[in-house]
Design a protein around this ligand. Structure first.
Ligand SMILES: Cc1cc2nc3c(=O)[nH]c(=O)nc-3n(C[C@H](O)[C@H](O)[C@H](O)COP(=O)(O)O)c2cc1C
Length: 341
């Protein structure tokens, strides 16, 4: 006969210990009124704890995702990239997410590093987007070599392309590219000759309202924020440059947060675009707030949060994602945005 659980938990040591903890921790457990997170209505009467198989089905760019989560573009072209990308892709395959590859520049002239990016087999039919910088796009356009990009997209079996716009990163990067055409003109001229779906993103500064408005008018599928408030590639390049100029430094802190970008997009006419809200989306509450607030279809993009566990092992990454998933689902099941648009 198995041990039966006592009907009188007050008999148990565990119960007594818990009650003792309650008394001892009481004075550390006071919340100041000023610390309340007042973005949400808290609705416990309608709540159920998420089950292991619970999903948050989301259609994004015509793909069915089980959760509105996108692994933002990170790496490729270096020794450790293969394991990182494979782990990230396995996660997207297992939990039906979407993924952006890191810059595929290394594949333009040689397929030597193709195996870093060859992750389609782990993703099944989940969306996979290749990635290239606007400076490389301008170069390819100039040299009438846009077909090379199409070959890269085919080689990595991607569903489309993400173009990153990074003028400050290039300016800070020792030996970085200089734009002789504005990104808008480069995009306008290239998109005419491109037939696959395109997303445009920043890498830590986000986009202002005029740029957003211009992007919304282009024949692109959507925009990834790459907003201020998360990993910032201008800061990152300044850290790589021991002779970085003090005159440049103040530029690190210009840009737009994801929250500000959501407000800006909501105020612009709706033009059928879809969005990856990214740049510092580490709190499930920020992610839930912004996804709910944005009037257009969206997913939450994260890069750095996945990086360390993806470097460690697939099991670590999965564990990390499971905790993140649970928090997203608790937010969805428990909270409502107060000023829902
Ligand atoms: C290690 C690393 C490499 C990245 N490489 C690229 C890249 O090749 N292309 C790109 O568009 N963005 C790149 N990013 C930027 C991310 O896609 C994302 O926009 C940015 O990290 C903000 O997200 P986070 O705050 O969640 O990290 C990279 C980010 C990290 C952390």
């Amino acid at each position: 006969m198995g041990m039966s659980k006592s009907l009188y938990p007050s008999d148990s040591f565990e119960f007594a210990q818990r009650k003792k903890d309650h008394i001892e921790l009481t004075h550390q457990s006071k919340t100041a009124v000023s610390t309340v997170d007042d973005r949400f209505n808290y609705e416990p009467l309608f709540f159920q704890h998420p089950t292991e198989s619970e999903v948050w089905s989301t259609n994004f760019l015509g793909f069915n995702l089980d959760y509105p989560v996108w692994v933002s573009s990170m790496t490729g072209g270096t020794a450790s990239a293969k394991t990182i990308n494979e782990n990230l892709a396995k996660l997207c395959g297992e939990f039906k997410l979407g993924m952006g590859l890191g810059s595929c520049r290394a594949l333009l002239d040689s397929k030597e590093r193709l195996s870093d990016f060859a992750v389609r087999k782990f993703l099944g039919n989940q969306p996979l987007f290749a990635n290239i910088g606007i400076a490389q796009l301008a170069e390819l356009l100039n040299s009438h070599n846009l077909l090379k990009l199409e070959e890269v997209i085919k080689a990595v079996e991607a569903d489309g392309l993400i173009i990153h716009i990074n003028p400050l990163q290039e300016w800070f990067q020792p030996g970085g590219d200089r734009f002789s055409l504005s990104p808008l003109v480069t995009l306008q001229r290239s998109l005419d000759k491109i037939s696959y779906p395109v997303l445009v993103k920043e890498v830590g500064q986000g986009f202002g309202p005029k740029s957003l408005n211009a992007l919304l008018e282009l024949p692109i599928a959507g925009i990834e924020f790459g907003a201020y408030g998360g990993t910032n590639f201008t800061l990152l390049e300044s850290l790589r440059d021991s002779e970085s100029s003090a005159y440049r430094a103040p530029f690190i802190n210009v840009g737009h947060t994801a929250s500000e970008m959501v407000e800006m997009i909501n105020a612009l006419p709706y033009r059928q675009k879809q969005f990856i809200i990214s740049g510092g989306m580490n709190s499930p509450l920020d992610a839930f707030e912004l996804k709910t607030k944005l009037k257009a279809p969206s997913v939450i993009g994260m890069a750095s949060a996945f990086l360390t566990p993806a470097q460690t092992s697939y099991d670590e990454l999965k564990l990390h994602f499971l905790m993140m998933r649970e928090s997203f689902l608790v937010a969805r099941n428990l909270l409502e945005l107060k000023d829902r648009p």
